[in-house]
Design a protein around this ligand. Structure first.
Ligand code: 5GP
Length: 181
């Protein structure tokens, strides 16, 4: 059976089902709850890709917290450009706050490495990184990622908030680029 999907000009194959994502979200949320319940953490999501994960995660973690988002872009099409082109948001004073950076996927790590070190200068009480997906083989910068949903190979993925040239974000499962196509 051909269960591939066509997104713009590329085929993708089913990779992680929504059920598996939700099971993992619950496990991660339980870990974070144990660590941060009573500390009123600030979850800082990195837009746009994180919006779906952030919504599910925040509901699952279910503790008193603050939620905000920043926007930074270093990606165009399927190649990381490495350039941080913008940072919109984050007017919150993070001094002495427990900050948890939430990302959809860590690829080269360039984007997060940069933001992580900028935020450290503002003296948060703690600074942790939470990502749904991580491509360990693609990492180009040292990055201490505390909470990882799934380690995945260095292949392009879409769905559950992740896009291919702005398409495919709405899908609730995650799909991987079909390299046979
Ligand atoms: P990094 O700075 O770690 O290379 O890039 C991270 C950002 O690039 C992610 O937040 C995401 O927006 C985008 N990205 C990296 N890998 C992928 C991928 O496989 N699929 C999609 N759709 N976006 C990706």
């Amino acid at each position: 059976m051909d269960n591939r999907i066509l997104v713009n000009d590329k085929y993708f194959v089913p990779y992680i089902t929504h059920d598996k994502i939700m099971t993992r979200v619950d496990e991660l949320a339980a870990e974070v709850r144990t660590e941060f319940d009573g500390k009123r953490p600030l979850f800082l999501g990195i837009l746009n890709g994180v919006f779906m994960f952030a919504a599910d995660f925040i509901k699952a973690v279910n503790i008193d917290c603050e939620i905000s988002f920043v926007k930074l872009t270093s990606y165009a099409g399927m190649e990381t450009t490495g350039a941080i082109t913008s940072r919109i948001g984050l007017e919150i004073d993070i001094k002495d706050r427990h900050v948890i950076l939430m990302d959809d996927i860590v690829d080269s790590g360039i984007t997060l490495h940069h933001l992580y070190h900028e935020l450290l200068k503002e003296n948060p009480a703690s600074l942790n990184i939470l990502t749904l997906l991580m491509k360990p083989d693609a990492l180009q910068k040292p990055l201490d990622v505390t909470y990882v949903g799934f380690d995945i190979p260095n292949k392009f993925v879409i769905g559950y908030g992740l896009d291919y040239d702005q398409s495919g974000r709405y899908r609730k499962d995650i799909y991987q680029l079909d390299e046979q196509a």
